[in-house]
Design a protein around this ligand. Sequence first.
Ligand code: B12
Length: 356
Amino acid sequence: MSQHSNNATPSPSSTVNSSELPELIKLAASNLGFDFAVIAPYQPPPNADRFPEWIAHGYHGSMSWMTKHPERRMDPRLQWPGGKSILSVGMNYHRPLPPDAPNPDDPSRGRFARYAWGLDYHDLILPRLKALGRTIDYLAGQQIASRAYVDTGPLLERPIAAGAGAGFIGKHTLLIHWRHGSYFLLGELLLDKELAPDIPKKGIIGCGGCHKCIDACPTGALDDPYVNQSNRCISYLTIEHWGAIPHELRSRIGNWVFGCDLCQETCPYNARNLMPTVEPFFEPRIPDWGVPKLLDLMALDDQQFRTWFKGSPVKRSKRRGLLRNVAVALGNWGSDEAIPALAERSEEHTSELQSH
Ligand code: B12
């Protein structure tokens, strides 16, 4: 969460009519590189009451931070009583693969989720949201208090965006936008300004009878549609979970070493010709289009890890988390070629790496 304040707010030459303000704000969001922007009412989003159920089932696994302030997560009025509306924005990170990209299913290579191929989206979206806040001050001709979030606080970001018509929530629980599919990230600006909320369109087809994402999930994390049993989700296991990965799930992780996109890759809404991002932040920095060789990953020392993943979301798992995942993927490859690399690293006394 971050707060912005500026003392000298310049005013536009002519006063903006308050009924024009929402459209101008959306235009400003687009100028700042956001692919869509919607205005949500300042109230609990649809299905917020399902959140305590999710926690009660223990689906959050070891993400204990998810259990803090459930009432605030469900109701933005409790998170920041000063707000009156929510501007929800999306930024597309879709990069189509060139024909000569290595085969991502090659078991000797490790796969990184697409959102992590470039730089950390928090470092892109938060400053842009703050810039948007300053533009809104200018357009409104007054300073409007605001709070910016990019999964940096207790908000149900997808239900908020869906409740304002940005798209619909799929059976894999991701938000699907009619034009951008699901390869985008969300951010919010909570504003101390009443703005007319967007109303979701009626008659959205949604997922219908499709269950491709459910079938594609090797760990069964989506067995119950519209609910992610995170404690089984490969994304959780490889990014958020510290310590040992449950034995029975290791072989199902395949060659994913940071995050997972299987439920998104099989989604028909992502199979269309999606608009590619032109944002340099999302330019792939991980070698070989996010599927480098597992042996190269296992060979990374501290310094090389820092060089490879400078400014990248992969820093979140730290080297020991990444190498734990690489050890699992090497096990799944099952080639003799992996043995010397594993033997060498097993001398490192980080408990995760040794045991995996
Ligand atoms: C915790 C978290 C995770 C956890 C848990 C995921 C989860 N589904 O909850 C883990 C680590 C597994 C994870 C993985 C990923 N994440 Co994540 N994650 C979050 C985070 C921080 C909180 C999500 C949350 O509140 N979960 C709690 C559950 C209960 O909420 P929910 O899934 O939104 O569920 C709501 C609806 O599904 C609905 N609902 C529930 N049941 C039912 C039933 C019916 C019938 C209906 C209609 C609705 C419904 O009600 C729920 C609200 O109470 C958000 C940021 C944020 N603050 O929102 C990012 C966020 C959701 N993640 C994001 C991304 C990109 C990912 C990954 C794609 C990354 C990757 N490639 O590895 C995967 C996708 C995995 C998946 N299928 O969900 C993006 C999603 C963007 C989008 N297009 O939707 C977000 C919004 C971050 C961001 N700022 O952009 N993530």
